[in-house]
Design a protein around this ligand. Sequence first.
Ligand code: FAD
Length: 461
Amino acid sequence: TKTDWTRIAQELSPVAIIDEPVLVKKRSRDFFWYSPILNAQLKGCFGDLVAQPETRAELAHCLSVAHAHDLPVVLRGGGTGNYGQAVPLHGGLIVETTGMNRILEIGEGFVRVEAGALMADINAALKPHGWEMAMFPSTQDIATIGGFVAGGSAGIGSIANGALREKGNIISLKALSVEAEPQEHVFDAEQALQLHHAWGLNGAITEVTLRTVPTRDWIGCMATFDSYRDCYAAGYALATSETIGRKLCSAVEARIVSYFPRLEGHLPAGRHLLVSLVPREDMDAYRALMEAQGGTVDLALSEEERKARGIPHVFEFAYNHTTLQVLKADRSATYQQYGVSDPADVDAVARLGAEVGDDVWQHHEFARLDGKIVAFDLPIIWFTDEARLREIDDTYRAHGFSVADAHTYHVEGGGLKNADYRHLAWKKRMDPKGLLNPGKSRAWEAVRHLSAPEIEAMAKD
Ligand code: FAD
């Protein structure tokens, strides 16, 4: 039977709704269009109605209405994910969380917030107390903390503080189940990992408690190099430095830098770029290191100086913002995510760069995973077709690099939730009818008829 959306809208009252088709369509999209493959698959997928709860009770009401009518439900924060995480594959209700945005508690080394709080607002609230988020994505102005925990993985700060999934970064979560009477469950640090990067499949996160770190006077630095090999090597040296603080360390090929018009006149043309955030007190050591690595420090600006000169944040040239700068000029660009097998092996990175082809431009991010410095390549790829993309993947693999595919809308595709049934056991408990973000998990379809303990048992095999 066809859903009567006018009636659903009435039942959702007093929760605010959006039913204007143009606006519903807008809220059915995220940044999946980075991928021409996802774009072809997802551009025609839209939800039917948007609900905008402002409290936990209103969110619970939305979920109980969805449960009563078997409506697909997709949670949505800022809609900035890159894998179509927030795109409704089977229509239904979009629940936008940005009205649930209170900052509840700031303490020694932690912050407790509602899931719809924007990360820029969390950072702004923390700063006067001497704290900042341990990591955040460059989309912090429009992205929510709930969306980061449910859809993201790492970001600015990860070079110092690890990935989100590492012990201590997510302290606890609260989430509502999708039942006739939604229940709020509290997840400790260990259990929270079953909701982290599960794309809103395993419950509606209401509240997040996160680790914070002491804030510092960060200087946005740009150093340039003659060769990409030297640039990457300087990045690795900074990433592994035991004396210089840093919360960002990103190496970008000169061909990509030529797509950054807002840096024109601020950097010498044709050079490879190392983007970093370094605390003021370590600037002398940073300058000495860059010089020793054959680079020149062309920009080093405090936040106030940056604003006065009208230059974007350095992190707008790092992580997935790098790709966005190129996409702004040319929509035939895309990207991919590769793990560098041995980040210290500068020559291996240079060899791969020389071999892979002119349609692949390298860009490396350094991060710390489980205490070890790792590097991953987020290259710009000039897209011709999927066959060529897979050939590029194969070249990386042949060099011993791993692939975390950015061109799939299945939660198992990107690498974090591979063959792990524990999170699906939580899905069974939190969303027994399978209404949350349907179609995004391949593994779910095979186990949805089982009980939570049966699904959990599969994880142990
Ligand atoms: P949304 O896109 O709205 O949602 C993401 C997923 O979480 C969806 O599956 C959604 O259903 C689910 N979700 C949202 N809210 C809830 C909730 N309350 N409960 C349960 N599920 C929920 N990501 C990184 O990890 N690191 C980066 O450095 C990074 N850089 C980026 C740079 C650019 C330019 C762009 C476009 C994206 C980048 N991303 C990055 C991806 C994305 O911006 C972040 O992961 C962001 O934190 C997502 O937050 P959001 O509010 O936009 O989430």
